[in-house]
Design a binder for this molecule. Structure first.
Ligand code: ATP
Ligand code: MG
Length: 376
């Protein structure tokens, strides 16, 4: 039997809607931990008491919406708690306590509980109560019980995945888009993923890399679908019909249109990309707005103000960094020259696009109809 206290993130701030968020958090917990492993989860008001049949610490750390979790021992009354602590502290020279009375029913307040414990422990032996001690015990009184923990494990906090709705993330194999996806899950979106490739010009390995990324992201997202679209033919067509310096912009506009179509078909309302202002040529303000203009979707770019190193650090923290690090090919690099347009003008792009509009449409229709999907 393994008991845990889980502290939910911002749910406490949600007022009347709190139960909506808590319900989603609970259903995510049951899904992630698997029903069979759980004896019960009780909502103690902003804190959940979870009893599991096995050690589930390494699963709990990935649950979005939890600020921290703490393995705990449980005592029915204060004297049992003190007796338990006495045993545990047998070989210690000092200790420190953090006490929280989670509901006001108990006749002693937090400070009085703390003093009662310290007074009793000192009666039997010479132990020092020391703020600097590394032997810290956390005690919470809730629902007529005392919960005793030794370590709080910090999690990502945020809003439970699914509580903000659903979104479609444009996922490449680089560092940025997996991190952008994670950040939006952290704000409560449940994501599906779309990846564009140019197989066989780009390799099978790069597709495998994307699947590995989705596997990692699925630890947080819980249920993911990865859609794949092969854009090689339209890339070849652009190569023959568009000045090379515009190629990237045309690829990206095609991606935005295809993503928009899929977003509508999946009944979603938002796209997510991993752009960061100025990071590469396609991410200047001018080019971002030309790329955005291709679709009417709301596009979230959570990394827009991040530095590359900040993105890489976060990628390693969430577990996608190791995968993105592996060298791979990317469809965006196909046929593109060294020098690319950094200040594309929308009129110029639309003029070029209009000349080949019907061909673009039929290529995109074909790409869309040949899309494949894999569920995780
Ligand atoms: P990343 O590190 O995510 O690959 P990047 O720095 O390489 O990003 P770009 O190539 O300009 O930047 O791509 C910007 C964004 O466009 C990506 O973050 C991603 O959301 C989307 N994107 C780019 N290439 C693809 C692709 N092949 N499939 C799906 N989305 C893509
Ligand atoms: Mg990339």
């Amino acid at each position: 039997m393994f008991d845990y206290l889980l502290k939910s993130g911002e749910l406490i701030l949600k007022g009347k809607n709190r139960s909506f968020f808590e319900k989603i958090l609970l259903s995510n917990l049951f899904y992630k931990l698997k029903k069979d492993n759980i004896d019960f989860i009780k909502n103690l008001g902003g804190v959940f008491w979870l009893r599991a049949k096995k050690d589930i610490s390494n699963l709990l750390k990935d649950i979005i919406g939890i600020n921290y979790f703490m393995p705990v021992l449980i005592f029915d009354n204060l004297s049992d708690l003190i007796a338990g602590l006495e045993k545990m502290l047998a070989n210690y020279v000092d200790f420190y306590l953090e006490v929280k009375r989670g509901n006001k029913q108990y006749h002693l307040n937090s400070i009085e509980i703390k003093n009662e414990i310290i007074g009793n422990l000192k009666k039997t032996r010479n132990i020092v109560f020391n703020k600097a001690s590394s032997n810290v015990f956390f005690i919470e009184y809730r629902s007529n019980k005392f919960f005793l923990g030794f370590q709080k494990y910090k999690c990502f906090g945020g809003l439970p995945v699914g509580s903000s709705g659903k979104g479609l993330a444009l996922l490449s194999a680089g560092f940025d888009s997996p991190v952008a996806s994670f950040l939006m899950m952290k704000r409560g979106l449940r994501l599906n993923f779309i990846h564009f490739h140019s197989y066989p010009q780009t390799s099978k390995d790069s597709l495998e890399k994307v699947e590995q990324l989705v596997t990692v992201l699925n630890q947080y997202n819980l249920r993911s679908s990865l859609f794949l679209m092969n854009i090689l033919e339209i890339q070849k067509f652009y190569y023959q019909n568009i000045p090379l310096e515009f190629l990237i912009i045309f690829y990206r506009r095609t991606m935005m249109r295809l993503a928009l179509r899929l977003m509508h078909d999946l009944k979603m309302n938002v796209l997510i990309t991993g752009e960061s202002l100025g990071q590469v040529a396609s991410q200047t303000i001018d080019n971002l707005s030309v790329i955005s203009q291709a679709s009417s979707a709301l596009v979230l770019r959570p990394l827009i103000g991040y530095n590359k190193q900040e993105i890489i650090d976060l990628a390693f923290k969430i577990g996608t960094g190791q995968i993105s690090l592996i060298k791979g090919d990317d469809c965006c690099n196909l046929f593109t020259p060294r020098k690319v347009k950094t200040k594309a003008k929308i009129n110029e792009v639309i003029k070029l696009e209009n000349k080949i509009f019907s061909e673009i449409q039929s290529f995109e229709d074909k790409i869309y109809s040949l899309k494949t999907v894999k569920h995780f």
